[in-house]
Design a binder for this molecule. Structure first.
Ligand code: ZN
Length: 288
């Protein structure tokens, strides 16, 4: 595929080197918070990787200090999102449709992407950032990576896809979500959520090496085995559990608990203020 046919991306970088396509989230000044543009561009980049027969493996990475701080909440409450989505989210039906299309379906499309995928994670990987990373087949983390899903304190029933019970033992998943604890890369590896932890400087070379190793498997073989392992998870109920949680997540959005908190949040002047009341007094964690 020649570079001329590539669409112009602003929120991501798409590169193909040999058999490996790399999609890099490119909003480092926003800790790669996911707004509509970024989500659309990631989706379009997966289209390119799908259509390019030379691409055998896709790497999903983030530029800058952090992999991703989650959905761009600032864009959602501000006026930087496309009108059609912003207005749509004003009704419960519209919000359901928006989250189904933009978060749930787009993420599962990555999970079901036919070619093997590797997430390269550094710095903070929070809430929807974690959801996104977990859609990849393998996760390689740098030693400075940390994982957290603190949205329960903000009334959210986690994020749209509940990956945690599939990424760690159920009891650990409950602790992770209910206490908003921060998992280090080493802990995440011990729990089986992360394949490998490497020094920050070695992250991209290690991921590259793994991608090239995977690319030595004939594509049809790699793809059929990936699909078979995903099917195993489906037979264990993963897809049904994801579907159930999406409904539960939306039920929560419509409760007085969530709506009152949303109203209070909209009166606040900054996201720092929003997060301040949910933060541990002794902690300096900034969830977004
Ligand atoms: Zn939601």
């Amino acid at each position: 595929m020649s570079n001329k046919s590539l669409p112009k991306f602003e929120a991501i970088i798409y590169e193909v080197t040999g058999p490996v396509a790399t999609i890099t989230l490119d909003r480092p000044e926003m800790a790669n918070a996911q707004n509509t543009q970024l989500i659309d561009e990631v989706d379009a980049a997966f289209d390119l990787a799908d259509a390019d027969d030379l691409v055998r493996v896709v790497v999903l990475a983030g530029r800058g200090k952090h992999f991703s701080s989650g959905h761009d909440l600032k864009a959602l409450v501000g006026d930087t999102e496309p009108d059609e989505w912003r207005l749509m989210r004003e009704t419960p039906e519209g919000k359901y449709h928006h989250e189904k299309v933009m978060y749930f379906d787009r993420c599962l499309r990555i999970r079901d992407f036919r070619k093997p995928t590797i997430a390269a994670v550094q710095g903070k990987c929070i809430a929807a950032g974690l959801m996104l990373a977990c859609m990849c087949d393998l996760i390689v983390a740098s030693d400075d990576a940390s994982f957290q899903n603190p949205v329960l304190r903000m009334t959210g029933a986690a994020v749209e896809i509940l990956v945690e019970p599939w990424e760690m033992p159920a009891r650990k998943a409950k602790e992770f979500l209910l206490t908003a604890s921060v998992l280090t890369a080493v802990e995440a590896e011990r729990l089986g959520m992360v394949n490998r932890v490497v020094p920050r400087d070695d992250l991209s070379s290690t991921v590259r090496e793994m991608a090239e190793t995977i690319a030595r498997v004939p594509p049809a073989t790699a793809q059929v085995v990936k699909r078979s392992i995903n099917k195993t998870l489906d037979l264990q109920g993963q897809r049904n559990a994801y579907d159930y949680h999406f409904q539960a997540h939306h039920w929560m959005h419509g409760t007085a608990t969530a709506l009152d908190a949303l109203e209070a949040r909209q009166k606040m002047s900054s996201m720092t203020e929003v997060f301040a009341e949910h933060r541990d007094p002794e902690s300096d964690q900034k969830p977004a």
